[in-house]
Design a protein around this ligand. Structure first.
Ligand code: SF4
Length: 151
């Protein structure tokens, strides 16, 4: 199965602060071993540098704490992710939880208060709308079940 995975989960140093978020879960390793993986970071692909200011979604815009508007870059990165998925017949994505790009069910509230609310990041949301099933790193078992169901 072809799977799009957030680059930071694969250990790439692409997070806003220049760090990675390598997933060490044994199920994650199994997913890597048994599938065809496409690493992708929508924020970097959208043209943002690393490190970069952290951003959150507020009123349908992606803004940094100093009020820089990253909406265009986030949107471009999400569109590139979708194009990659369509071209390569990718119907599953495993994306980093809580990110304003990659988060699939919870994101921060837009006020930089570390408060999570229901919602999804720009990339996760676009993929989901286009029938690409999005999981996060806390839903690895669900992802495996989904693959087994599809096989
Ligand atoms: S945009 Fe996604 S892949 Fe890139 S660093 Fe943030 S969570 Fe990771």
């Amino acid at each position: 199965m072809n799977i799009l995975i957030s680059s930071c989960l694969l250990g790439e140093y692409v997070r806003y602060d220049g760090s990675a978020n390598a997933c060490e879960d044994i199920i994650f390793q199994k997913i890597l071993n048994e599938n065809n993986i496409f690493s992708f970071c929508p924020e970097v692909e959208g043209g943002l540098s690393t490190p970069r200011e952290p951003a959150e979604i507020k009123n349908n815009k992606v803004l940094t704490k100093t009020n820089k508007d990253f909406t265009n870059e986030f949107t471009k990165g999400a569109e590139k992710a979708l194009t990659l998925c369509i071209k390569n017949n990718i119907t599953i994505a495993l994306l980093k939880a809580k990110s304003p790009s990659c988060g699939n069910n919870m994101i921060y509230n837009g006020n930089f208060e570390s408060i999570l609310i229901k919602g999804s990041g720009i990339c996760a949301s676009l993929l989901n709308k286009n029938n690409i099933k999005v999981f996060n790193e806390n839903e690895l078992k669900e992802l495996i079940d989904y693959i087994n169901f599809r096989l």
